[in-house]
Every structure is written in structure tokens, then in C-alpha cells.
Design a protein. Structure first.
Length: 630
């Protein structure tokens, strides 16, 4: 299977959304499409489905859409229910119509064989059973049962009518159907939205093992890292391809940008040098011929384009805490939380400077805890107490997304009536509200913009404890990275709920893990927690099976030691090569090098060769590190 769009574009009226699309989807590839909010990611998915949206792009190649094997494309936005009165199970079984029809044939044949034992019927039965096995007849029930369970549905939900489910639940049912239908190209637009960590982890494994092609638009960097092997970035209307996962894309983008920038700057210096010679000697008879040769040398050059600047507009803050809290920030003892009845009983302490993340499934009390702590809902029993001098900044996802006909400036100035217009606008500018942006009505802002405005108001008040409920929702990757930087630099204490594991791993130094009927404290990062969880799972598996021999343990340890030794050697090699590259980059700044074209080229080629070695070693290192056993 192969699907290609060559030099395509998407236009709406007079506006060009995507001006140069070059994308290829090969069989079994796992592809990410990334870019800032509004860059055209979802538009590209729609264009892959509906080629009528495409026109000729600005590139030199002839516009074409090429499909080998007539691939079936599955896209969640296309999934609709023909009949709301059927049960969830009957709706999902439509995916397995070929298998269920075959089951009916087999059952009829078995009935027939009870009174007719001819060889022809036995052969037909054998043939049908082979076909049944080939189609997955022995495993399809477990497959859909697992999916239903992982998406948070109860066993009894299978028999409910589709019309009885909420809009969010109906979307999940559509998602389950899409996954189980196994199209040749599976298109997913923000598939982890509103899924808890356990479901996301299951989905990761499902997509990693998916036997066909997957194209994902997502801001979940850990999700992308664990699944994709190719990245298409949309920036400035063009689509650029990178091999590898999200982390590799980040590194390669930086390397490509820096290389092109250096090549451009070197060439510009060389052109200036040659032009200076021309200007100095073109009117001197004895030097005119030489001056003209320099002009021709410039004309013959293959010009290096100046690279586009990173599209890295971010928000930042110099807001400071009004006062410091005491060492003990929050004491929680046997706190029962819930609405009509308790759903969790919690005890923990929070200390100054600590960054505690709350993680776990949906609907088991994470946000309820935060609402209880800020007195938005009453506790059921138990106690909690904030320490000396604690001032709270509370971010609530639902409050942040409320609509209003006030402008950004009006809304912000109501919170800070004593600030001048200049001070108000400077504070808003720190969160990317520039110029005319401050006169936008809040009802017209995107979800990410509303989140930024709410965070700006909170941080301007200078609290020493931030209580944040899903702060990264509706943010693009650049926005998330900006928030990570901001929070890492924040000197106060943070208690936050998030399903974004990459964000949690970057920020949190400890975790509060919510499970059904149980809350556990973990002193460490999310990465450490994942490692300990996998180790516990492995220990449980070993305890259950009790089949591992001493010899096998020795061989496994030997292999583990061998791989660990290789990892350490690779790390030393990479460090040495990076040091060599750094030294050669210093050489490039020397006048005797950058004024000598041959010497300059020689040094640049050496840098390029070393960077290729680093890239190869990094790929091997990431492969070894990615192995869960090591």
C-alpha cells in the first residue's frame, strides 16, 4: 500500500491554508502530523480523505495524488450511527459482520451434520473453520471486550441503546468501532483528548501493534514518542518530513536549522568578500579581469536560502510571588471527598517548593480533591489545613473556558483596577496577547488563548501555591513547552492534575496516584514511577509463573550487562564526538578559516561527518534505552 500527495494545496476562498503538501504514507508506517494551533493539521487529515479539497501547490513538481492498492481510509469525524436505537454491542458487531455471518453458516452446517455425515459436508465445515480462524474468529470477542473495557465502559453498558449515551461516550463508541474496523490508513485527530492515562497507555500499545498505517495529529509528545516512526511538520504553510519519533524530530529540526543558518551566513560572508574585491579593483585595468572573474564566481554559486526562523512564539513571565509560605504548605488527613457519597479517602503532606502531580483514571476524584481544597465543594469528613502565609492561585479548566462578551483587556483590568493601561498590556503581552489581540472578545478566543488569559490573571497576583486542574488542555506543543519552562522556573509550590505524561514527567517531583477506592503517594518522577510499575509487573509475573531458572537469570543478566556496557560506551562516544564538533565550530569563527573557502569547506564537511556519526550512535542509544528491560 502506498498513498502520496505531491505538491498539493488547500485554499478556502482567497486564503491559502496549506500551500505545499508533499506527503507519503507507506504500508505499516506510524506517522505524526505536528504544528502550531491553526497551522492546518486537521485540514490536512480532511484533505487525505477528500482529495477534492486539493489544488496545485506552489512547489515545482506537478500536482498529483497517487494511490497504490486503493487503500481504505478510516477517519473518526466520518463515523456516524445509522440507528440510535441499537445497543452498543450490536453497533460494534457491525465491524465484524464477515465473521458473524460466517458463524451463522457454521452453526447451520453443524445442525445439518447431525443428520448428514457425508464427506462433502465435513470438507465444507473444515474449509469454513479455516476461514473463521484466518479472519480472527477465535479472538474477535476478546478484542472488542478489551476495547470496551479500556475506554471506561462497564459490562452492562454493552446492552444500552446508543441513544442512552452522552455525546462524549458516543464519540468513544465511534472511536472503538474505527479502531476495530482496521482500515488501511487510520487517521486520528487528537485521539488522547479526554482519555485517562491508563486508556492512553493501552491505546499506545494497540497502535504500536496495529498491522496497517496510522496518521496521528496530537499534542501528546510522550504518546507520539512511543508510536510514530515518521513526523510531518506543518510550518509556514509547507509540510516538511522528518524520520524518527518526536524527540528525533526536535533534534533534527534544530540541527537542520543551525546547519542551514551557518551555511547561509558563510556564503553571505563569501559573497561580501568577493563583492568587496570587485568594488575595489573593477576600475583598475590590471585587476579588472580578476574582478570580473569574482563576479562570475558569485553568479555560479548555488545560493543557500536563509532558513525560516523557528515558529517558537512563546509566553513567559517575570511575575514574582508576593510573599513566601512556611515550610509546611498543606496538611491532609483522612480527607473523604465526593458529592453525595465518598469516592476517595486521602492523606498526604505538601511542602514548600514541592511539585506534586495528581494522576489516575477519569471520574475517581482528582478534580474533586482540588475543588474541595479551594472550598468549591464541601468535604465529607476528615481534615485539611494550609500552612502559614500560603496564598493560592487556582486554575480550573471549566472556568478558563467560560465565554464572555468582555474584551481581553476589560476582563484583565477588572482583576487589576490599580494598574495603568501600559502595565496591563505589558502583563498580557507576556502571555502572547499583543497589539489588537487585547481587544478581542473572550467569546472569540480559542481554548488555548482562554487558558493563557486565566494563567496570566493567576500569576499576576503572585501566589506561592499553584493549584492547577489540567492546565495544558487546548494548548499546542509550543504552548506546553512554554508552560513547562514557566512552571519549572516558578519558585513556589505546585499541586496539579494532568493526563499529559510528558508534562507530568517534566514538572512533578512526586505523584499522588488515584485508583478506584485507593490513593497512593509516590516520591519520584513519572519516569521513575513507570519503571517501578514495570518492575512490579515483572516481579508479579515471575512470582505467578515460577518458571525462571538460575541459568536463564544468569544469561539475562549477562545480556543486560552487555547492553548496559554498550549504552555507556555509546554515551562516551557521543560526548567525545560532540566535543569535537564544538571545537570545529570554534575553528569556523577564525578569520583564517572562514576567509579560506577550501579550508571552510573542509571543516564543514568534517562537522557534517561527525554529526552523522552522532546521529547513528543516538539512534542505537535510543533503541537500547527504549528496551523496557534495560
Amino acid at each position: 500500500m502506498n498513498y502520496r500527495i505531491i505538491n498539493g494545496a488547500v485554499e478556502f476562498g482567497a486564503e491559502t491554508i496549506l500551500e505545499e503538501i508533499n506527503i507519503e504514507i507507506k504500508d505499516k508506517e506510524k506517522i505524526a502530523i505536528i504544528g502550531r494551533n491553526g497551522a492546518g493539521k486537521s485540514t490536512l487529515l480532511k484533505a487525505i480523505v477528500n482529495n477534492q479539497m486539493l489544488t496545485e501547490g506552489t512547489g515545482e513538481d506537478k500536482f498529483n495524488v497517487y494511490k497504490e492498492g486503493n487503500p481504505v481510509i478510516g477517519y473518526l469525524k466520518q463515523m456516524e450511527f445509522e440507528d440510535d436505537s441499537v445497543s452498543m454491542l450490536d453497533e460494534i458487531l457491525k465491524v465484524y459482520k464477515t465473521i458473524t455471518d460466517l458463524e451463522k453458516k457454521i452453526n447451520l452446517l453443524v445442525e445439518k451434520m447431525q443428520t448428514d455425515s457425508t464427506e462433502e459436508l465435513a470438507k465444507e465445515y473444515s474449509k469454513l473453520m479455516d476461514r473463521y480462524e484466518f479472519l480472527g474468529g477465535y479472538t474477535y470477542k476478546k478484542e472488542y471486550e478489551t476495547a470496551i473495557n479500556k475506554f471506561g465502559f462497564l459490562a452492562e453498558d454493552k446492552y444500552k441503546k446508543i441513544s442512552e449515551f452522552s455525546g462524549g461516550q458516543r464519540t468513544k463508541i465511534s472511536f472503538i468501532k474505527l479502531l476495530l474496523s482496521k482500515p488501511d490508513i487510520l487517521l486520528l485527530d487528537e485521539p488522547t483528548n479526554h482519555l485517562d492515562i491508563e486508556t492512553i497507555e493501552w491505546l499506545e500499545q494497540y497502535l504500536k501493534n496495529y498491522p496497517k498505517s496510522v496518521v496521528i495529529v496530537s499534542h501528546d509528545r510522550m504518546f507520539l514518542n512511543k508510536i510514530v516512526n515518521k513526523v510531518y511538520e506543518i510550518e509556514y504553510g509547507a509540510v516538511t518530513e522528518y524520520s524518527g519519533n518526536y524527540t528525533f524530530y526536535e533534534k533534527q529540526k534544530r540541527i537542520n536549522y543551525e546547519k542551514q543558518l551557518k551555511d547561509y551566513e558563510y556564503q553571505q560572508k563569501e559573497i561580501k568578500r568577493l563583492n568587496d574585491i570587485v568594488v575595489r579593483f573593477k576600475y583598475k585595468p590590471t585587476k579588472a579581469k580578476m574582478a570580473m572573474s569574482k563576479l562570475k564566481q558569485i553568479e555560479r554559486m548555488v545560493k543557500v536560502e536563509e532558513p525560516n526562523k523557528y515558529d517558537l512564539t512563546t509566553f513567559k513571565t517575570n511575575f514574582t510571588m508576593q510573599k513566601q509560605s512556611g515550610k509546611d504548605v498543606l496538611y491532609v488527613k483522612d480527607l473523604e471527598i465526593g458529592y453525595n457519597e465518598p469516592i476517595q479517602k486521602i492523606s498526604f503532606n505538601l511542602y514548600r517548593g514541592q511539585k506534586l502531580a495528581i494522576i489516575g483514571e477519569n471520574g475517581i476524584g482528582k478534580s474533586t480533591l482540588l475543588k474541595t481544597l479551594v472550598n468549591n465543594i464541601n468535604k465529607i469528613s476528615g481534615e485539611f489545613e494550609f500552612g502559614h502565609n500560603v496564598t493560592i492561585g487556582y486554575f480550573d479548566q471549566q472556568m478558563a473556558l467560560l465565554d464572555s462578551e468582555k474584551t481581553v483587556l476589560e476582563d484583565f483590568s477588572e482583576e487589576f483596577p490599580n494598574l495603568t493601561t501600559t502595565e496591563l498590556r505589558n502583563s498580557l503581552a507576556a502571555f502572547m496577547f499583543y497589539g489588537e489581540d487585547v481587544f478581542k472578545k473572550i467569546s472569540m478566543l480559542s481554548g488555548g488563548e482562554k487558558v493563557r488569559l486565566q494563567l496570566c490573571k493567576i500569576l499576576k497576583k503572585g501566589p506561592n501555591l499553584l493549584i492547577l486542574d489540567e492546565p495544558t488542555n487546548h494548548m499546542d506543543i509550543i504552548g506546553k513547552e512554554s508552560l513547562e519552562l514557566l512552571i519549572k522556573e516558578y519558585a513556589g509550590t505546585i499541586l496539579f492534575v494532568s493526563h499529559d505524561r510528558f508534562f507530568v514527567n517534566k514538572i512533578a517531583d512526586s505523584l499522588l496516584i488515584f485508583q478506584k477506592g485507593d490513593v497512593k503517594f509516590f516520591d519520584g518522577t513519572y519516569e521513575t514511577y513507570e519503571t517501578s510499575k514495570s518492575e512490579n509487573t515483572e516481579e508479579k509475573r515471575i512470582a505467578e509463573k515460577k518458571e525462571k531458572t538460575v541459568n536463564n537469570t544468569y544469561l539475562m543478566q549477562k545480556e543486560k550487562n552487555k547492553k548496559n556496557a554498550r549504552i555507556k560506551k555509546l554515551e562516551r562516544e557521543i560526548t567525545e564526538l560532540e566535543n569535537k564538533v564544538a571545537e570545529l565550530n570554534k575553528e569556523l569563527l577564525k578569520e583564517e578559516v572562514y576567509t579560506n573557502y577550501e579550508k571552510l569547506t573542509e571543516v564543514q564537511n568534517e562537522i557534517l561527518s561527525l554529526n552523522e556519526k552522532i546521529e547513528n550512535y543516538m539512534n542505537e542509544w535510543e533503541e537500547l534505552i527504549g528496551d523496557g528491560e534495560f
